[in-house]
Design a binder for this molecule. Structure first.
Ligand code: AMO
Length: 439
């Protein structure tokens, strides 16, 4: 059978080929990025996850059999090459490999569905249809390397700060974020839904005495939006802390983001450079602006915003222009926040709720939660919902529920900020949007 690895193993990634190892025999493996055949000499660029390495085959020095095998290479095929490293100042990393043995592990059909070298640019739909090839571009894989590091750093931050990691069900019986945005599914003989948020579960964990928990998991929103910042399946970074209020958890979120940005600058410098993105570490505490102040700012920018409404896209833009960078939007009207949000004592028209914004993009929502059973039932009813649908959740508030607060951050939106991406689809491997369910 052709194309088997057998006893071939990679000895060096592309970024491990440098003048220091000149004279060594090595084995490289990867994709054929480019082939240039000048008859008497052939150049093949091999690409792997770390970068590129040049194979140089002058017919005077290389066996005719190997020259013939190299001529059979096709762009984007997966190949392995054994050869000797020699210095070559003009080649990537200042070296080239003189081939002694070559092997095609998997031949790529031609023509390719898209060009990963970007000599021919492809639109976002073509790219997403062939995401596995799109991913071979260094400016695409850079986004996911940064996103992965972001999760790594966030997990470290939570563990270092006494949070326990949890996993909660994604097959659920009821809505949490308002009843209109649910995906219904058939659950044996009943109807169920895909979870919009781990909200109710992370709160129940507070009654469970876990004190501080976090979850990184999928959320599903059946919104008909078709924008550059909405997906129908996203990853949410959720945190919940007991014996804490909105101010406490805003500070945790502030600290976490400063830590993440510092760490990404440190560990993903190459990826940021590939993307041409400068990520500034915010030095000050993020500014806090109240909803009332935001209404004034937005109206002063000539965008009409009546008190008591959520921010329109235009209002977000006006506010972003004024504020810039990261800022918290606090003290929202209770009526436009979910039932689990704690009203301000003595001024119940306002709530202990906040959003974290970056320019005009909402990154997170959070709040002090209602931990008193009867107030929670009242707020559920006031929003036209039936408390009976929340039976097992409400039960957790009857037998010792501590005061608590928390937030949820959209991971793809945060990745947009970390990578300088304009379209959220760039920040999801296989995005689910209004029109896309494959691949
Ligand atoms: P919210 O509904 O505001 O709050 O969601 C929290 C954050 O999740 C991200 N997000 C989305 N990202 C992409 N596409 C979407 N369709 C989408 N919907 C939400 C956003 C948003 O700020 N339970 C509360 C959180 C809490 O209070 O703890 C909640 O889900 O970045």
């Amino acid at each position: 059978m052709q194309g088997l690895l057998k006893d071939w193993r990679r000895t060096n990634y592309a970024n491990q080929c440098n003048p220091e190892i000149a004279g060594n025999d090595i084995t490289v493996m990867g994709w054929v990025h480019e082939i240039r055949d000048f008859g008497g000499i052939m150049f093949v660029i091999i690409r792997d996850v770390t970068g590129r390495v040049q194979i140089t085959a002058p017919s005077k020095k290389v066996d005719e059999k190997i020259m013939e095998e190299l001529r059979e290479f096709r762009k984007e095929s997966v190949v392995a090459i054994k050869g000797t490293v020699q210095e070559a100042p003009k080649a990537p990393n200042g070296v080239e490999v003189l081939p002694k043995e070559v092997k095609v592990l998997n031949l790529a059909n031609q023509p390719l569905p898209m060009d990963p070298t970007e000599k021919v640019k492809a639109g976002i739909d073509t790219r997403l249809d062939s995401r596995f090839i799109d991913m071979r571009k260094e400016n695409v894989s850079a986004i996911f390397k940064i996103k992965g590091q972001m999760f790594h750093t966030i997990r470290d931050f939570f563990y270092d700060n006494g949070f326990y990691e949890i996993n909660t069900p994604k097959l659920v019986a009821s809505a949490t974020e308002g009843g209109t945005e649910l995906f219904p599914i058939a659950y044996f003989d009943r109807e169920a839904f895909l979870g919009q948020s781990p909200q109710l579960y992370k709160q129940m964990m507070m009654a469970g005495g876990m004190d501080k928990v976090f979850e990184i998991g999928q959320i599903f929103r059946a919104e008909e939006h078709d924008t550059l910042r909405h997906l129908n399946e996203a990853v949410s970074i959720d945190a919940e802390a007991s014996f804490a209020d909105d101010e406490d958890v805003m500070q945790i979120l502030n600290d976490m983001l400063v830590h993440v940005i510092t760490d990404i600058n440190d560990k993903c410098a190459d990826e940021l450079e590939i993307l041409g993105h400068e990520l500034e570490v915010p030095e000050e505490k993020f500014p806090h602006v109240t909803y009332d102040e935001a209404v004034d700012i937005v109206n002063a920018h000539g965008v009409e915003m009546p008190w008591g409404e959520d921010l329109s896209r235009e209002a977000e833009k006006a506010l972003g222009d004024e504020m810039g960078g990261f800022y918290f939007l606090t003290r929202w009207p209770s009526a436009i926040k979910p039932f689990y949000v704690m009203p301000v004592d003595g001024d119940e028209k306002y709530a202990h709720a906040f959003d974290l914004m970056y320019n005009n993009l909402e990154l997170s929502s959070g709040a002090t939660r209602v931990h008193q059973h009867d107030l929670l039932v009242k707020q559920i009813q006031e929003r036209g919902l039936n408390p009976e649908g929340f039976g097992t959740y409400l039960k957790a508030f009857e037998y010792g529920m501590p005061p608590h607060a928390g937030w949820g951050v959209g991971a793809e939106r945060l990745t947009m900020v970390m990578t300088g991406s304009e379209n959220i689809r760039e920040c999801a491997l296989f995005p689910r949007d209004r029109h896309r369910l494959t691949p």
